[in-house]
Structure formats: structure tokens, C-alpha cells
Design a binder for this molecule. Structure first.
Ligand SMILES: CC(C)(COP(=O)(O)OP(=O)(O)OC[C@H]1O[C@@H](n2cnc3c(N)ncnc32)[C@H](O)[C@@H]1OP(=O)(O)O)[C@@H](O)C(=O)NCCC(=O)NCCS
Length: 405
């Protein structure tokens, strides 16, 4: 049975919060807490009603997605997806996804992106894992940096009133330096970061790096929990957010993290797959990986437009048969040469044909076409094109979503 789907109005934001809490099985919304993320862009909410009651919640935000080469692609950032336990498996999410994708297309957004609570949900809706994240736990006592510190910048610890001004500005520059990263609007910082991710009760710290000229170019936000028993320290430093404009600054942030005293273990849950820590310490095996998980999911709404928004690592030409999230198929010739990147629709025979999730997995370079071909997820018509496609789509640095939404 189709449910009524519509955007909500500001008077309904509290109802939305209650539905979200019930859908995710979380704590009730706190009176007086920020509603900045909840109340933003309400015209992009898509909420399902049954007899006047909310039974499903979804919405998109107007984000920019950084592409390999630095272009910023307008993308629909899907969030808040939940269906009430009373209405699961009746097609509510299926209806909501269609409504969100229709709205994104009407806004000329060519990709939809999201982070997933479960990795089993979104493949059927055309999403593939465009960027992975790495979680590590490191015993601090095992870490020794291989080379002396030659950083001529500085670290400073700041209070929240300085941090709320300083770190969004650094993030906004850093997000342009790596594909897969996204906008963090002011309304994201207020409710999602300061309220939800940092919470009220945790011991959290903000340390900012500035370069030799005194310009802020990186920061790390972390919490410390645990205690010492019998005089032996057993405390864990957890990185909540780490961002840097330059690779060298990222290493300086790691050096800082491992210089904090009275810490037994350091944990990070959102590192890029090319994180360099293991390369700069004496014994890289102690940078122990807890998980390698899906993080940024991407569904193509217009494959040609997405392919044309990125640059390619080596010159070449490949012809890709691509399906969009709604199943529409197209064939795109992707050519990169000294004059630039040229992507055009063609009626040539494609080198390979992919479903929407596989397109989402490979388009930023987060997975290789040949990996997917090896497990029969790509219909290959010209096998010799795969190595060239792998090389062209490679992105450096590796795509990563160093954020949550
Ligand atoms: C995930 C969730 C939104 C699905 O909503 P729903 O309305 O039950 O989904 P639909 O009825 O439209 O299901 C569509 C299809 O997806 C499948 N599906 C739904 N949720 C799934 C899940 N968690 N894992 C695997 N498959 C799932 C259904 O079985 C159905 O398959 P079918 O078409 O072959 O029968 C809902 O279970 C939920 O609210 N979960 C808790 C909150 C959550 O995790 N939200 C996602 C945040 S990223």
C-alpha cells in the first residue's frame, strides 16, 4: 500500500525527532538541545505518513562532494533514514528512496551519497561503497617515530569558543584536498559535531596545528577515557576528528597524539585507507587494524555528469556502459589527454558494463574495476581495457569521507 510521502514543516520538527528516536531505538530528544541539523533544509525532508502518523523518515541535504582533481560535485546527501518498527518491510523505505532520488534529479544533483547503519540496506537502491574507512588501535608504548620531528609549526590546545570558529575553517580547506570529502554546513557543526559527537559529559580536547607562518592548517579533536589502577595508567585516547590540509601536517598531528602523556592506547575509527602512520613509525605492525569498513556510499543519478566532473590519473580512453540508480543505461566514452577530460555519450560498444552500485564503487577510484571484474560484478567486453581503466581512475590521495552525516 503506498503511503503519503511529503516534506514536513517547522511545526513538525519535534514529531520528526521522536520518530527518529523510535526508528533508531535511541534516547529521547533532549529539550533545549540544538535542533540546527534537524530543522535545516526542511523542504528536502521526505517523510511517510500512515493515517496522519509518521511511519518513515528520510531527507537529503545539499552537499558538495569533492571529486578527484578537486571539482566540487553538488550531491544529495541522504540522512535520517528510518522506518518505525510497526511498519518495517512494507515498502516504506523503497517509496522514500524513490522520492528522494526524484527530488535530487529535479535539483540537478547527479549523485546521491550516504553513510549506512548496516551495509546490507543500500545496494538494492543503486549505492556502492565509494570510500572505505579504517579503524585502528595502537598501544602507545610501541610507537616510536622513525625520523626526528622537523615540523616548524606549532600545536595549541584551545577552548571550545575558539575551536568553534577555528576548526570549521580548517575543515573547509582540508575537504577540498581529498576526493570523497563533503561539506559540513554550519547547521551540521552545531548539532551533529558539538552536540552529538562531542556530547556534554566526555573529556574532550581540541588541538590545532599552525604552520610556520602561524596559519592554522590542521587539528585533532579527541577524548580521553579510563583510569589508572594501582598507579598504572589504563586510559584510551580516541580520535573524534582529525583533519589536515597537507600530508606533512597529518603526520604532525599523529606525532602530537602519541606525545600526550598518561595514555595506554590510541584509537581512531575514521582513517583513510592510505593513512601513513604505519610508514613513519619504527614498527608499523603495531598500528593494528580493528576494521576496514564501508563508509561513503554513492549512487549515480547521472553517470555521464559524474564521470565528467573528475580528472584522471593517466591519459587514455575507455568506454563504459553504466546504469544509473533508477536502472537507466547509458554508454559514456571517457577520454583524458593533455587538453583535459572529455566525457561524451556514445553508441560505441562499451569496454565493460556495470550496474549502478559497481559504478559507485569505482568512480572515485576507491575500488579497482579489475577487482570487481574478477568477482563477476562487471560485464567485461574488452578485457585489455581494464588495466587502463584502473590506472585512469586511481585517485591520490585515496578517496575518504573523513566525516559523518
Ligand atoms: C532499514 C530500514 C529503513 C528499512 O525500511 P523498510 O521500510 O523496512 O524497507 P522496505 O520495506 O522498503 O524494504 C525494501 C527491501 O530492502 C530489504 N531490506 C530492508 N532493510 C534491510 C536491512 N536492514 N538489511 C537487508 N535488507 C533490508 C527488504 O527486505 C526489502 O527487500 P525485498 O524488496 O526483496 O522484499 C528499517 O529497517 C529501519 O528503520 N531500520 C533501523 C534504522 C536504520 O538502520 N536506518 C538506516 C540508517 S542508514
Amino acid at each position: 500500500m503506498p503511503f503519503e510521502i511529503r516534506a514536513i514543516e517547522s511545526a513538525e520538527v519535534e514529531d520528526l525527532l521522536v520518530a527518529d528516536q523510535r526508528g533508531f531505538g535511541g534516547a529521547p530528544p533532549r529539550p533545549g538541545a540544538s535542533r540546527s541539523w534537524a530543522a535545516a533544509e526542511l523542504d528536502r525532508t521526505r517523510v511517510a505518513f500512515d493515517s496522519g502518523r509518521i511511519v518513515g523518515v528520510s531527507r537529503t541535504y545539499s552537499f558538495e562532494l569533492t571529486m578527484p582533481g578537486g571539482a566540487l560535485l553538488p550531491a544529495a546527501a541522504v540522512s535520517w533514514v528510518s522506518v518505525q518498527p510497526t511498519h518495517r518491510r512494507q515498502g516504506v523505505l523503497t517509496q522514500l528512496m524513490a522520492a528522494m532520488h526524484d527530488d535530487a534529479r529535479a535539483r540537478n544533483e547527479t549523485a546521491a551519497i550516504l553513510t549506512a547503519s548496516e551495509s546490507s540496506i543500500y545496494g538494492r537502491f543503486g549505492y556502492g561503497v565509494a570510500a572505505w574507512r579504517l579503524g585502528v588501535t595502537v598501544e602507545k608504548s610501541r610507537i616510536q617515530f622513525a625520523r626526528p620531528d622537523d615540523d616548524d609549526g606549532n600545536m595549541r590546545l584551545v577552548a571550545r569558543d575558539e575551536a568553534v570558529v577555528a576548526i570549521p575553517a580548517v575543515y573547509d580547506r582540508a575537504r577540498r584536498t581529498r576526493s570523497g570529502m563533503v561539506t559540513r554546513p554550519d547547521f551540521w557543526w552545531e548539532q551533529v559535531f558539538w552536540e552529538f559527537m562531542l556530547g556534554q559529559e566526555k573529556a574532550t580536547f581540541v588541538a590545532i596545528h599552525s604552520d610556520a607562518r602561524g596559519q592554522d592548517d590542521g587539528y585533532v579533536v579527541y577524548s580521553i577515557v579510563g583510569e589508572g589502577v594501582g598507579g598504572l595508567v589504563d586510559r584510551r585516547l580516541t580520535i573524534i576528528d582529525m583533519q589536515a590540509e597537507m600530508a606533512a601536517t597529518w603526520i604532525s598531528l599523529w606525532r602530537y597524539v602519541f606525545s600526550v602523556d598518561l595514555i595506554a592506547k590510541v584509537t581512531a575509527i575514521n582513517l583513510p585507507v592510505d593513512d601513513p602512520l604505519r610508514h613513519v613509525v619504527v614498527d608499523g605492525r603495531w598500528v593494528r587494524v580493528d576494521f576496514l569498513n564501508d563508509h561513503l556510499w554513492l549512487a549515480p543519478l547521472d553517470p555521464l555528469a559524474i564521470l565528467g566532473a573528475r580528472t584522471y590519473s593517466v591519459p587514455g580512453r575507455v568506454v563504459i556502459g553504466a546504469h544509473a540508480a533508477d536502472g537507466a543505461s547509458s554508454t559514456v566514452a571517457v577520454e583524458s589527454n593533455a587538453d583535459g577530460t572529455f566525457c561524451v555519450a556514445t553508441d560505441e560498444e562499451p569496454d565493460f558494463v556495470c550496474a549502478a552500485p559497481v559504478f559507485g564503487m569505482c568512480v572515485l577510484g576507491g575500488n579497482r574495476w579489475s577487482e570487481l571484474a574478477a568477482v563477476d560484478r562487471l560485464e567485461v567486453r574488452r578485457p585489455e581495457a581494464l588495466a587502463l581503466a584502473d590506472a585512469m581512475f586511481l585517485a591520490t590521495p585515496a578517496p575518504a569521507l573523513l566525516s559523518f552525516f
